[in-house]
Design a protein around this ligand. Structure first.
Ligand code: NDP
Length: 446
């Protein structure tokens, strides 16, 4: 039995039922095999065994009062997975599907993603099974205050710096920050994704979507092509999806889909800037469903309960959630001529589907590389907070573009070094891992 198989067996035995965590660990460990052959010191020092074990897992009760005065109880989590190269850093997810296994998979991915950005950030993730959908602003505020009352004991600007994720946007970050400041009596960069006039960074809301499109641009350049004139499908309609569409439009692509957990809209004439502004209002202010798009813009189809992958496209940008592209979806995408998939959401592609994309040698941007722009700009927000300065839109966007170029460049170089040119899954995993593993070796058995 190989070293990787042995460690994988340990992960399955010690973390029963955490299928998403097993999936994420296996995808990484499998692709590290050629590196481990060159670096026997990792095995001697039990680096993999240490790497798959979170440094700390926090799980806590979050009681709050709803608008009727009834007591509600949710579960809160924070996974402080790895701090070898910097303070724990990673978002908070508020969604009814949240559980320990999902947050451990996200925190594990985050370690490598943060390493790839070249910034000094460790890996963490957290959240709750709380569902902000259908709740009043006051209910969301009371929940956030209760959540932060416990979380505030464990985080800090030099310890652990959470941000947003699914269900946690500007409104939630505001309530969380307010409560932290009140309890700790300090105004520090303890969260990123803050409002612009209280420590936030320009381009942070746009960063994950823009970054993913910059990454796709780098991939397509290797084939002497561009995104201009390409037909693109995007899933989701939240933060990442919205700014993916915005940047694709700026680069001359046509975007024909968006979705939410109820269904997909297919607009063959393309979502233009005006329609996108309407979607932003629908999702960020009115908090409505994407179905309303089809009711508002003639010529649009609403595909109830469907994902966008049956729609013919050149490039696909999954931007909703994990495991949203299965083997059938991948087969359909390829049959329809799709030659680029760039992952905005975390782990959207199931293992068999990813295998098929790699076999067919399409341009495939794995999430930990392609969506690292969000945490990259969060890192820049931390730097600005430490300096007590703020940089211009152009400066931050320039940094973001350089970060995405550097992630693509280093992952691509590594894929060449390990004999599988263009396999960015392997390239990103090895590049991200080596930096963290070497830091762990330097710091001794801790
Ligand atoms: P948002 O909450 O803003 O939007 C999420 C979108 O995905 C919504 O349209 C939502 O629909 C849909 N969605 C959520 N869960 C499901 C589900 N189980 N099935 C189908 N659709 C679903 O989140 P973000 O845009 O911030 O995050 C999207 C993805 O990007 C996530 O995987 C996240 O981890 C990843 N990501 C986000 C970053 C960021 O900076 N925000 C950074 C890096 C990665 P509905 O409204 O119906 O729930």
């Amino acid at each position: 039995m190989s070293y990787v198989e042995r460690v994988m067996g340990l992960v399955r035995n010690k973390n029963p039922g955490e299928s998403e965590f097993h999936q994420a660990v296996w995808e990484v460990l499998e692709s590290l095999t050629p590196l481990l052959e060159r670096r026997p010191d990792y095995q001697h020092q039990k680096i993999l065994e240490r790497f798959v074990e979170p440094e700390r897992v926090l799980m806590f009760r979050v009681p709050w009062l709803d608008d009727k005065g009834q007591v509600q109880v949710n579960r809160g989590f924070r996974i402080e997975f790895n701090s070898a190269i910097g303070p724990y850093k990673g978002g908070l997810r508020f969604h009814p599907t949240v559980n320990l296994g999902i947050l451990k998979f996200l925190a594990f991915e985050q370690i490598l993603k943060n390493s790839l950005t070249t910034l000094p950030m460790g890996g963490g993730k957290g959240g709750s099974d709380f569902d902000p959908k259908g709740k009043s602003d006051e209910e969301v505020m009371r929940f956030c205050q209760s959540f932060m009352t416990e979380l505030s004991r464990h985080i800090g600007a030099d310890t652990d710096v959470p941000a947003g994720d699914i269900g946690v946007g500007g409104r939630e970050i505001g309530y969380l920050f307010g409560q932290y400041k009140r309890i700790r009596n300090e105004f520090t960069g303890v969260l990123t994704g803050k409002g612009l006039n209280w420590g936030g960074s320009l381009i942070r809301p746009e960063a994950t979507g823009y970054g993913n499109v910059y990454f796709a641009h780098e991939m397509i350049k290797t084939r002497s092509d561009s995104l201009e004139g390409k037909t693109c499908t995007v899933s989701g309609s939240g933060n990442v999806a919205q700014f993916t569409v915005e940047k694709l439009l700026q680069l001359g692509a046509t975007v024909v889909s968006l979705s939410d957990s109820n269904g997909t809209i297919y607009d063959p004439s393309g979502i233009d800037e005006e329609k996108l502004a309407w979607v932003m209002e629908l999702k960020n202010i009115r908090r409505g469903r994407i179905r309303e798009y089809a009711e508002t813009f003639p010529g649009t189809e609403y595909l109830e309960g469907k994902r966008p992958w049956g729609i013919k496209c050149d490039c696909a940008f999954p931007s909703a959630t994990q495991n949203e592209i299965n083997l059938d979806d991948a087969t359909t995408l390829l049959e329809n001529g799709c030659f680029l998939v760039s992952e905005g959401s975390n782990m959207p592609t199931e293992p068999a589907a990813m295998e098929l994309f790699l076999e067919n040698q399409i341009l495939f941007g794995p999430a930990k590389a392609a969506n690292a722009g969000g945490v990259g700009v969060s890192g820049l927000e931390m730097s600005q907070n430490s300096l007590r300065m703020s940089w211009s839109r152009e400066e931050v966007d320039g940094h973001l573009q350089r970060i995405m170029q550097s992630i693509h460049g280093s992952s691509y170089e590594t894929s060449i070094e390990y004999g599988d040119t263009g396999n960015l899954v392997m390239g990103a995993n090895i590049t991200g891992f080596v930096k963290v593993a070497d830091a762990m070796l330097d710091q001794g058995v801790v």
